[in-house]
Design a protein around this ligand. Structure first.
Ligand SMILES: Cc1cc2nc3c(=O)[nH]c(=O)nc-3n(C[C@H](O)[C@H](O)[C@H](O)COP(=O)(O)O)c2cc1C
Length: 215
């Protein structure tokens, strides 16, 4: 039976939506309408109890982006330290992450996904899981929608160390939890490739957790 979607295109979208940093085209403007279109697609993502308690803060003003980027750059030493102790694929990721620290402000749009209702720290894992699980699928849908339109992004979380300062800068209320920051821009070219990953069977336990299942 014919699948309901064109699998070649669908699978290419799902396997080539990468964390884009150096290939963000910092000079090309991005319209707010396009961002809203992608947020509208992201709103179709699942949420616990159908809460739909997401909010999206879209920042385009250059001076605000610079202020946020200078807060983000406080993490430079931590990124450098991690970079120094890694090799291979992960080393390349940290090379790219270190580059972003110095260039974040140049991205034409920042998108900060948030959830209304910050879970108190004493809440159980299920409530924390439900909270993050009610926004991160939407974030990924947002990134896929961007990629389908020739734009790229990378989910970053480093600024959350100083979440309160960014909240004050943007007027985000205390009970609203930021979950990340995505610099968004058109990409330079669109020939992204699937990343190298181990075979699915090697990370999958069949029927029950045991050492024999993964191959
Ligand atoms: C929860 C999460 C937090 C991340 N935080 C950062 C970050 O603070 N800075 C950054 O440059 N990239 C960050 N990334 C991007 C990852 O480095 C990237 O997704 C990973 O290296 C794999 O690259 P790929 O998405 O192209 O496969 C984060 C990704 C996730 C899922």
């Amino acid at each position: 039976m014919k699948p309901p979607f064109d699998l070649e295109t669908t699978d290419r979208l799902l396997t080539t939506t990468r964390a884009v940093r150096r290939r963000l085209d910092m000079r090309r403007p991005v319209s707010r309408e396009l961002i809203l279109d992608c947020i509208a697609i992201a709103q179709q993502a699942p949420t616990g109890s159908n809460s739909q308690s997401w909010r999206w803060v879209v920042v385009s003003h250059p001076s605000t982006r610079s202020e946020i980027a200078s807060i983000y750059a406080r993490g430079r030493d931590a990124v450098e330290a991690l970079r120094a102790e890694t090799t291979g694929q992960t080393r390349r990721v940290y090379d790219s992450a270190a580059w972003l620290v110095d260039h974040l402000a140049e991205a034409p749009i920042f998108v900060i996904p948030c959830v209304v209702g910050r879970p108190p720290s004493e809440f159980s894992a299920v409530l924390h899981g439900t909270c993050y699980g009610s926004i991160l699928p939407a974030v990924w849908s947002f990134q896929l929608a961007l990629r389908a339109r020739g734009l790229g992004s990378v989910l970053t979380t480093m600024h959350l160390i100083w979440e309160r300062e960014v909240a004050d800068l943007l007027g985000i209320p205390d009970d609203v939890l930021q979950v990340g920051l995505l610099p968004v821009a058109y990409t330079v070219g669109d020939d992204f490739k699937p990343a190298k990953r181990p075979p699915a069977a090697s990370i999958t336990h069949l029927d029950r957790w045991n050492d024999e299942s993964p191959t």
